[in-house]
Design a protein. Structure first.
Length: 95
């Protein structure tokens, strides 16, 4: 599974290929943890281990950001994925 929940650190760790072929399983996993996500004051998305991403996941991340607008933070994102996000208008705060 290309998504692990790290409950101790309130982190969603994405890895491998995030494409249309994985979206349904990941969506279902996030949905089944919806109560936990709402209870957390904030949580982190770790995209450092992501190898490939397609538009279905960009849409998924935009939906997450809309659902949890002040709770989501990126803890780690690799350079290639950051560039893809920026091409689609997603901006990141400088650390």
């Amino acid at each position: 599974m290309p998504l692990d929940f790290d409950h101790e650190n309130r982190k969603l760790i994405f890895k491998g290929e995030l494409t249309v072929f994985e979206i349904e399983d990941i969506h279902n996993l996030v949905k089944s943890n919806e109560k936990v996500l709402h209870e957390w004051n904030n949580f982190y998305l770790d995209l450092n281990q992501v190898e490939k991403i397609d538009s279905s996941f960009i849409q998924f991340f935009l939906s997450l950001m809309k659902t949890y607008p002040k709770k989501i933070h990126f803890s780690s994102i690799n350079k290639e994925i950051r560039e893809i996000f920026q091409k689609h208008g997603l901006k990141f705060k400088k650390s």
